[in-house]
Design a protein around this ligand. Structure first.
Ligand code: GLC
Length: 570
């Protein structure tokens, strides 16, 4: 299947064009350790994780029932995508009430219990916070659209149409077609960066800001450890409403012209809000802000941390996630993250609920398991906080709909067949080999692929060579090996186009080297002259691809196809 087929991915493709490459010596983090540094954050799509009541849709109780699994895996926090009351047009990203739980997911009491039970296992709960837009059913919008004079009239992005009719300008929704919808009661258009049912809030209105900040306080008082800020770069649009220029000829998956997003995304005012959000979360010690930050280059990503580290702690590094499987490319991405993020800690990820799963994106149908181990190593062994997505740890594949009638995600209907939507990466968690993979006793809201018969938690738990066992070992190393915890990263053997190697070093601890073979052929690397000066250094293996030879010395590290070696320098 084509890489990055969905709408957000098209957005990524458009924005990641300007790669910045840099390589200067590495900084080390000498600040107090916060829980989210070097953490593993596990994203849960609640509809698809575990269904406790047999209605075919996952729920909060289902998550609580599987906390032991998450603890055993070694995660520090779970980020749960939205479970607020919602008409579910965008499966929860269209929120109708920011202070309650959608009945299909449970109750506030279920939520409180989840937070309390998670705490007992040292797992924190991060909420998804959608600040850019609400549902069109939210009472604020119902009021706002009712007239031009009501108290909420200015809470959303209302504009007159062009003289003679038609929307104010050419702006397009990320989910296809015009970003403007006409409201007869006001004889005006409202702007929506996403679906028509997701009107954008007016972030230049101080009442909007304080209402949203109060909802965030509400959840922090309930014990949430922080927020993943949805679509945070989309908060502001050009007040002059200038047309977006055409980015390149042709049409996108929805048949629309391909426009830039210079007037609708990443406007400088975003940073004022990020500073306010940071001050707000600082009122509650230990809270973290993760950003959904699809940005064109590393310089823009660096700005998200704030010039004085006063904005986001963890903006997602989208420069890292969407690349060809190339040693050179990942070397430059790791260097960029080490040297150009304003001293910030990178937040790496490969998978989430908006993009085809990495198993499918990177797999070659021959070495898929080895490639998945390689990706896991890239995610867990550099200096970073790692963000993973349910099922990534067992090697779940994408299961895209085959017919338009089966599509649930509306963009898959709008863009069919070029855009099949995001259902494929949102299928039920595969717990065991039984019917519906042990996710539900009812009929699952999305189908489980046949591969679930062997790709599932139960089958992999007892298998020393499984991907799940590999993830557990990596996470344990990340959390317990001094050099991997917060050691500096230094790239080794930097001319090698086939194998990517680097070294982690922390004061008072043995250095750790990591070598990753990006080819389907066996490779041998010699790191003796690069690492720790000339000479032969003995190695103690910490982790290696199942069945691989033991590399005993830095001058001869042997790697099978897409093989991985992690060793301590003695
Ligand atoms: C974010 C979410 C995505 C959602 C969109 C609109 O990109 O990750 O799932 O559709 O925002 O809220």
């Amino acid at each position: 299947m084509p890489i990055l087929t969905n709408a957000l991915s098209s957005r990524v493709r458009l924005l990641v064009a300007g790669l910045v490459v840099g390589c200067i010596p590495i900084a080390s983090a000498a600040e107090p350790v916060e829980w989210w540094q070097n953490a593993v954050v596990y994203e849960i799509y609640p509809r698809s994780f575990a269904d406790s009541n047999g209605d075919g849709v996952g729920d909060l109780k289902g998550i609580t029932q599987h906390l032991a699994y998450l603890q055993e895996l070694g995660v520090d926090a779970i980020w749960i995508t939205p479970f607020y009351p919602s008409p579910q047009v965008d499966f929860g990203y269209d929120i109708a009430d920011y202070r309650a739980i959608d009945p299909q997911y449970g109750t506030l009491a279920d939520f409180d219990r989840l937070v309390a039970e998670a705490k007992k296992r040292n797992i924190r709960v991060i909420m998804d916070m959608v600040l850019n837009h609400t549902s069109d059913r939210h009472p604020w919008f119902v009021e706002s659209r009712s007239s031009r004079t009501n108290p909420k009239a200015d809470w959303y992005m209302w504009h007159d149409g062009k003289p003679g009719g038609g929307p104010p300008n050419n702006w397009e929704s990320i989910f296809g077609h015009s970003a403007w919808t006409f409201e007869p009661k006001r004889s005006q258009f409202y702007y929506h960066a996403f679906y028509t049912e997701q009107p954008d809030l007016n972030w230049r209105n101080p009442e909007v800001r304080s209402a949203m900040y109060d909802t965030m306080r509400f959840w922090m008082k309930r014990g949430v450890a922080g927020f993943r800020l949805d679509a945070i770069t989309s908060l502001f649009e050009d007040p002059q409403l200038r047309d977006e220029p055409v980015a390149r000829p042709g049409v996108n998956s929805y048949g629309d012209p391909i426009l830039t997003r210079q007037y609708t995304d990443n406007l400088p005012e975003c940073h004022d809000v990020l500073k306010e959000l940071r001050r707000l979360t600082n009122e509650f010690p230990g809270r973290v802000l993760i950003g959904e930050t699809y940005l064109p280059n590393i310089k823009e990503l660096a700005k998200m941390y704030g010039a004085h580290k006063d904005e986001l702690q963890l903006p997602m590094d989208t420069q890292f996630a969407f690349n060809p499987l190339s040693a050179d490319v990942f070397r430059s991405k790791l260097r960029d993250a080490e040297t150009q993020l304003n001293g910030g800690l990178p937040l790496f990820f490969f998978d989430n609920h908006d993009n085809p799963r990495s198993w499918t994106r990177f797999g070659d149908h021959k070495n898929d398991a080895a490639i998945a181990r390689l990706l896991a190593t890239l995610l867990m062994t550099p200096r970073c906080t790692a963000l993973m997505y349910y099922g990534e740890e067992i090697g779940m594949e994408n299961n895209d709909p085959k017919r338009i009638e089966d599509v649930r995600d509306p963009i898959g209907k709008i863009g069919w067949p070029r855009e099949k939507g995001r259902d494929g990466e949102r299928t039920p968690m595969q717990w065991d080999g039984s019917a519906h993979a042990g996710f539900t006793t009812g009929t699952p809201w999305l189908p489980v692929p046949p591969s679930a018969a062997s790709i599932n938690v139960k089958a992999e738990e007892g298998d020393p060579d499984s991907l799940l066992t590999w993830y557990k070992a990596l996470i344990r190393l990340k959390k317990t090996n001094r050099a991997l915890e917060d050691g500096t990263d230094t790239m080794l053997d930097t001319e090698n186009t086939k194998v990517l190697s680097w070294m982690r070093q922390a004061a008072g601890a043995p250095a750790v080297v990591v070598s990753v073979n990006f080819t389907a052929q066996p490779q041998t690397v010699n790191l003796a002259n690069d690492a720790l000066g000339a000479g032969t250094h003995k190695l103690k293996t910490l982790l290696k691809t199942p069945g691989a030879a033991d590399s005993l010395s830095l001058d001869q590290i042997q790697l099978g196809p897409f093989g991985v070696y992690v060793g301590e320098v003695q």
